[in-house]
Ligand binder design. Sequence first.
Ligand code: PMP
Length: 447
Amino acid sequence: MSGRPDRGGPQSLFYARSTTRDLPHIVRGDGVWLEDDTGARYLDVAAGAFLSNLGQGDERPIRAMSEQARRLTFSYVRNTVHDPNVALAGRIAALAGDGFERVHLSSGGSEANEMAIKFLRQRAVACGEAARTRVITCMPSYHGATLAAIGMNGDLDAEAVYGPMAVFSEKIPAPLTYRAESPAAAAGVTVAALDAAIERIGSERVLAFVVEPVGGQSTGANVPDPSFFVGVRRVCDRHGVALVFDEVMSSVRCGRFLAAHRHPAARPDLVVLAKGLGAGFAPLGALLAPAAWVDRLADGVGFNVSHTYNANPIACAAGCAVLDAVVDDDLIAAAEARGAYLQSRLETIRARSPLVGDVRGQGLLLAIELVRDAAGSRFSADIDPADALRRHGARHGLLLYARRQNRGRYGDWSVIAPPLTITAEECDELVDRLDRALDDAAQELLR
Ligand code: PMP
């Protein structure tokens, strides 16, 4: 899109020109491929924004949405009960298992994270623990873009703009494995910092610790050491603090329905979902909670929060069809198997590209860390290597997602998280094209 129209125009008119000059104008999609208005095709390396789990054009959710729209277009969840809501909550709860019997549906990840905080706050007040107001999150981290979620994000640059307005959570270091002495040492630092932060604030004032069990864009698919999960669960239990997993990005994609399922001894109290739940067909988020907590609150004042589009019939029908497709096509196992293959192929790139310092992730939530030299040095604040790779990737038919947080202070990476339907041959194609894009980006960045 060149030039600015007098009126209207794409959403990208709002974003920094420096990052939107060359955005492709996408006109259609097919499987893992997107096509622009010149006929150029791109492999969708980041599944849109890490959500197109079924790829483009799957008929099942499309049919389910249109049938639902014909039968019952809309009915509000505050003055009616409807079947698609019950069906989707049932499917999610069945896949999530014990401890997550109740499902509160919303329209995205930020909204669902806010629901988690508001739910916990109402529960604390109802339980006579009204002093619990403080939230703890990691630096870096990402939990969303609403004013409350901005306060939770581990984003050092947000405070200058929103500091006087948003309520900022207490930050502790994320358990970043790259550059750490060891993954276990990094986990130990975070667990100790959580304990110290709660002690400092006063355990009776802390509401929750919210964390991504596998990192997303904010850490480049950081996978904490298993000791992290047991450790934070123990600390939260000791202080009566709720443990919340933000699984907006990790659910399904990490090779389990919940990343939490890999750590049964450290089950979180609440889980938040979004992205792949609607898989691009409908805006959907969800808060998963234990029946005992929800029912106890409902027997009293209740959790009476809802947005107009929460659990709307068409989005619920889409969600049901997406989850049915995930089950029928065995996409959770596919994410694990294909992810292991793609990760091994990315390792071969790391061995030869001077720009790639680390390959990490779980299932099809992977990332390559971009470094300046063999010692793994970070790039300076004025160079955005992931955006450079995005530009070069586009010339090689790859659509990459680049969104820098913290101006590279914790490192730079490109998240590799294609649709879960990607074939082994398409993985090979992705890697071959990425290899060439990395060569070009290295020429530009490592001159
Ligand atoms: N949490 C995580 C871990 C995310 O990756 C995102 C989105 N990138 C969000 C929350 C916010 O979700 P949404 O953009 O749907 O509001």
